[in-house]
Every structure is written in C-alpha cells, then in structure tokens.
Design a protein around this ligand. Structure first.
Ligand code: PRP
Ligand code: URA
Length: 212
C-alpha cells in the first residue's frame, strides 16, 4: 500500500495558513503556492538514490554524492496544478513536464478529460502528479489512470490539501501511489468543496471568479 505523507514542516504549515485565508489576494496566493511547492518538492525527493562523486576542492579530493541519473517527470492537472510546477522545477530543473487537462463536472463531480500531452518517454520516468486539491479524488485518480495506460509505473501524487474521501479513493484505486499532502481537512461540503479548504484553487490562482 502506498504511503500518505503529511508535509508538516513549520514553513509549509505557516504558508498554507495564508494560502487558505480568503483575504490573500491572487498575487500573494500564487507566490505562496509556488513557495510551498518548492518546500514539498524537498520532501518528495527525499528518497532519490545517490551515487558517489569525487570532486577536487581547493584543498583536497572530497567524496561527494550526486543524484544518480533519475529521469523525473512532473504532471500537473490543469488548471490548478500549474501553480505548483515552477516551484518544483526550482529544485528539479531537468524534469520534463506533461499536462493532463481535467475539469470536474459541477453537478456529477466526475472528471472530464480535455487535454493530454506527455513526454515521449513518460513510461520510463518517475512521475509526480500535481494538483493542489484532492477532494473526491476523481480527478487525480483519472490522471493516474491515464498515465498507467501510457505504461507509467512509478507515480507519486502531490497536493496541498486532501479530504479523507479523496485519500481513501486514491488508496483504493491506486494502492501503489504514495501521496504527499500539506494537510488533511475535515470533509467535503454539498458542492464537493473541501472544508475548510481554500476555496476553488484554479479560480484563486488565476483570478477567474470569487471563491465559494
Ligand atoms: C479542481 C482541483 C482538482 C479537482 C479536485 O479542479 O484543481 O483538479 O478540482 O476535485 P476532485 O478530487 O473531486 O476531482 P477543477 O475541476 O475545479 O478545474 P480547474 O483546476 O480548471 O479549476
Ligand atoms: N476543487 C477545488 O478547487 N477546491 C475544492 O475544495 C475542491 C475541488
């Protein structure tokens, strides 16, 4: 069974509180999401394998470590996942980025696919699926299923806020996937929004309408 990692570093928790705050404007929201994504990338890459590398310092030869040639891929779920991409690329600049476009039908809450563009060698890469919100889990589960159809086997999921229902759903549908989240909230409301959550992540990132 995949693990659920709560990224409880004080810097992440501090910034998440301001991300949630309805008073936080679009500019600040974007900046904070970007910063938290960088901090979470630090956590999600913790188990990357290392190999030895010797370098000459000005004084002597030092036996150092470097990440051993892993091919990584970031897969943001459009739109809101885009807000976390640059923050992760700051730490993993060589990662390739694939995009999966899904929106949640407001009445059925089912994900609707509208765009998929993946790196040609996506099946050879270790992938991080990125979406700030894991509510029912339908969108993330659908994105992971699309990747598995393309032959991908090494997949992690990164979100900012998860609902218990979404965690359960991913663990049932994709028990091989590790989930990294900054918080697990109480529940979903009647519109399928996470309570207390942060509202509509896409709208708050892109300023498209007032959050519910
Ligand atoms: C939001 C969010 C997730 C999804 C989560 O996207 O970014 O993709 O809802 O809900 P779920 O776990 O119940 O599937 P939305 O459909 O609002 O699209 P957007 O990012 O384009 O705003
Ligand atoms: N999508 C969002 O953007 N926010 C939620 O709370 C749930 C789904």
């Amino acid at each position: 069974m995949g693990k659920v990692v709560i990224c409880d570093h004080p810097l992440i928790q501090h910034k998440l509180t301001f991300i949630r705050d309805v008073q936080t404007n679009v500019k600040e929201f974007r900046e904070l999401v970007d910063e938290v994504a960088t901090l979470m990338a630090y956590e999600i890459t913790r188990e990357l394998p290392l190999e030895d590398k010797h370098v000459q310092t000005p004084v002597a030869v030092a036996k150092g470590k470097i990440i051993s040639g892993r091919m990584l891929g970031l897969i943001p779920i459009l739109r809101a996942g885009l807000g976390m991409v640059d923050g992760i690329l700051k730490l993993i600049p060589a990662a390739e980025v694939g995009h999966i476009g899904l929106y949640r039908d407001p009445s059925t809450l089912q994900p609707v696919e509208y765009y998929v563009k993946l790196p040609a060698d996506v099946h050879e890469r270790e992938l991080i699926v990125i979406d700030p919100m894991l509510a029912t889990g339908g969108s993330a589960a659908a994105a992971i299923a699309i990747l598995k159809k393309h032959g991908c086997t090494k997949i992690k999921l990164m979100c900012l806020i998860a609902a218990p229902k979404g965690l359960e759903y991913i663990r049932a549908e994709h028990p091989d996937v590790d989930i990294y989240t900054a918080a697990v909230d109480q529940r979903l409301n009647e519109h399928g929004y996470i309570v207390p959550g942060l509202g509509d992540a896409g709208d708050r990132l892109f300023g498209t309408k007032a959050s519910r």
